[in-house]
Design a protein. Structure first.
Length: 196
């Protein structure tokens, strides 16, 4: 019987989740089958159930790992001594780097979270809403202290998040600028446009 191909001293479950993340991003959660996943890790489909309970368990792990990463960064930024503009920039850069460094995981969480079942679906949906409110709160504090133009903070959050999601097309592009240059361009346009 074939064994799960382990790399970088990862656990078998971590290898499965990594392969599933790539598969879900390429085909979508619904279209990717357990047979596809088994083939990607080099085992029979029945062997996967020794390490995971279901395809949805993997999706839960992906979604909440992403949510936790963003919330932990927001905790750090909110507790920092940075100016409001500095906090907004720090969060923007974190989002951009997540799209560079953990692209598959972020895209799966952003696109496929709707396939979670309750209570995970409700929990994740609430975390997304609360997170956007936290980002809007940072912007609103910047407006209050005069660092940020008088703009609608929730609208700015949506614009920033949609701009970051646009990095998906950068990944597909054959003629692309470097990641660092893209990051600096995005920060220049999005942050300088907010300064009062």
């Amino acid at each position: 019987m074939a064994k799960i191909k382990n790399k970088h001293n990862a656990t078998k479950k971590e290898v499965i989740v990594e392969a599933a993340t790539r598969l879900f991003r390429e085909r979508g959660f619904k279209a990717a089958s357990m047979r596809d996943l088994a083939e990607a890790v080099g085992v029979e489909a029945a062997s996967l159930y020794n390490h995971i309970q279901s395809k949805e368990e993997i999706l839960q792990e992906i979604c909440f790992k992403v949510a936790n990463a963003f919330n932990e960064q927001c905790d750090k930024v909110e507790a920092s001594e940075l100016s409001s503009i500095g906090k907004i920039e720090s969060m923007l850069r974190f989002h951009i780097r997540m799209m560079f460094d953990h692209f598959d995981m972020v895209m799966v969480a952003d696109r496929d979270w709707k396939h979670l079942s309750d209570p995970f679906l409700s929990n994740y949906h609430e975390q997304r809403r609360a997170y956007r409110k936290r980002l809007a709160g940072i912007i609103e504090r910047g407006i209050d202290n005069g660092e940020v133009k008088d703009v609608d903070a929730p609208t700015i959050v949506l614009i920033m998040l949609h701009a970051v999601n646009g990095i998906e097309s950068w990944h597909r592009s054959k003629e692309k600028i470097g990641a660092r240059q893209l990051e600096e361009n995005m920060v220049l346009i999005l942050i300088d446009g907010l300064r009062s």
